[in-house]
Design a protein around this ligand. Structure first.
Ligand code: SF4
Length: 327
């Protein structure tokens, strides 16, 4: 493992056993999160983003299993850990924020009770823990935090609940925050506020963030590095500048063209990428994107392209950018 990375995934393949047979949801995924960096993962629904997160925290559904590959976090092999070892990492060294804050908030307990409870590893008295909770709530922008500590989740707006969920995730000062579409359910103004707050907190706390989203504008605003996923594979990765100014993969190019924020002509029709994501039970023999790619040619249909480019830099999985040996 590269010591400058907090998280390093290599050759990760995950499959699910279903009535339709084994579905290879992730295939040979590589991803690295350098210390202090924000890495965005972008792709349509069904591209494997959630499966990857659940693999990292070892919370795959019972019918899912890691077939091959490795996941290292701060130098330790997560896939080789016992369940008690994993429990000591989850919520402490690795925290998560999900799209729906009510997943992490208990509706029948006050915010203060929950924020004190999650500090169970700390050897502090309750008043110190409440004081730390107030400080964290202030840092995420909850007004009158001390007065609102005894309020319940339903007494806060959706945006405030998401801020509280972020405060709870960051309370233990984790090395890695996994943010799974945390702003998708919010309106644009709240989304911008939360993105900026996350940026400030990440800089002041020095943690790394793995930020999952299908919203390109948010990825461009927040992230240092970007991984583009499609149909369970990484199809392109690079810096934000690489991905948004020099996209190499036709899928990335189409995603950017379809971003409403980048449309230059007024239209009543939201552009989309024609076709659908591939059926995992009937994957194409060649390129995973060949069924929707307007540039597909001969070998795209029977030879899978490799992820090629600069080692540790801008790479894409496309025969056009990697003609391969002898061609
Ligand atoms: Fe399109 Fe072929 Fe490149 Fe796949 S390998 S993205 S089908 S041009």
């Amino acid at each position: 493992m590269n010591p400058s990375n907090v998280l390093e995934i290599k050759g990760l393949s995950v499959e699910f056993s279903t009535e339709r047979g084994r579905l290879p949801a992730l295939r040979n995924v590589d991803l690295a999160v350098p210390a202090g960096a924000i890495v965005g993962v972008v792709g349509e629904s069904g591209c494997g983003k959630s499966t990857m997160i659940h693999s990292i925290v070892r919370l795959l559904s019972p019918n899912g299993r890691v077939v091959s590959g490795s996941i290292h976090f701060e130098g330790s092999d997560l896939l080789g850990m016992t369940e008690p070892e994993m429990r000591s990492i989850r919520g402490d060294r690795i925290s998560m924020v999900s799209q729906d804050p009510m997943i992490s908030l208990n509706p029948v307990l006050s915010i203060g009770t929950q924020m004190v409870d999650i500090q169970y590893r700390e050897k502090l008295d309750k008043s110190r823990k409440r004081a730390r909770a107030v400080t964290m709530l202030q840092r995420v922008g909850i007004p009158d935090a001390a007065e609102r500590l005894d309020d319940y989740p339903h007494q806060f707006s959706g945006g405030m609940r998401q801020r509280i969920a972020i405060a709870m995730a960051l309370q233990a000062e984790p090395s890695l925050l996994i943010a799974d579409e945390p702003t998708t359910a919010l309106d644009a103004t709240l989304e911008v506020q939360i993105i900026h707050r996350l940026q400030e907190l990440q800089q002041s706390m020095g943690c790394s963030i793995l930020f999952i989203s299908h919203h390109l504008g948010v990825i461009a605003e927040l992230c240092d590095l970007v991984v583009v996923m499609y149909g369970g594979e990484v199809v392109e990765n690079g810096t934000v500048r690489d991905i948004f100014h020099r996209p190499m993969h036709p899928y990335t190019q189409k995603l950017i063209e379809c971003d409403p924020a980048r449309m230059v002509e007024i239209t009543r029709v939201q552009p989309t990428i024609p076709g659908e994501v591939p059926d995992l039970a009937r994957l194409p023999a060649g390129c995973i994107f060949s069924g929707r790619c307007h540039l597909a040619f001969g070998k795209c249909h029977d030879q899978p392209p490799a992820l090629a480019g600069q080692d540790g830099g801008h790479r894409a999985r496309c025969h056009l950018t990697d003609p391969g040996p002898g061609t």
